[in-house]
Design a protein around this ligand. Sequence first.
Ligand code: C5P
Length: 220
Amino acid sequence: VSQIFVAIDGPAGSGKSSISKAAAERLGYNYLDTGAAYRALAWWVLERGMPTADSDTIVDALPDWDYNIGVDPDNYYVAVGETDVTNAIREPRVTSVVSSVARVPKIREHVNALFRDIMRSAPQHGIIVEGRDITTVVAPDAPVRILLTASEEVRMARRSAELANEKATEVADQLRKRDAADSRVVDFMTAADGVVTVDSTTLTFDQTVDAVLDVIEQQT
Ligand code: C5P
């Protein structure tokens, strides 16, 4: 059975994860959050007390990194070994180091190989995979490729509303820095050839999910 593969990229705060998950639920597809894998790796690097800038040490230790992710959108979880890290990987201490771990080419290769395994063994007939380089590097041949964007202002506002206990300016600053660092590694701000842009700046959450579902319907 050939799978319907949907690749979605976009910057931080674009709503990629929640939109992709909702779209996968509506379609009965699997869902893979690749950012969560990089976060789970960064969490493990911190847990092990490895210096996040020491890429050689991290690369050498990669075979010990036992990473597990749920691809059922209704039962989403991220685990490292026996530890459920679904919530811990969203903590600011992880967010602030994830880019420096994710920029190492050997780490990206290792993680991409895991993604391909996960995709191959996903049980549903379709899967939505979201991240930064899915439309360009991980799955450039995917039948549906979408760049999910929103104006910087709106992305910042949505993210600071999510994290009510943090100062909005601090969050905006962090987000901008992370996008700048990540952009040096992969381009997720402009749509590659054949990638459909969905701009959610003036759309509600439900309207954005519908827009994504429309693109999937048109392209499959
Ligand atoms: O999407 P999310 O914000 O959870 O991603 C966390 C981090 O993982 C990003 O800031 C980026 O450094 C890295 N990432 C990546 N490539 C992907 C997905 C995420 O480098 N495909």
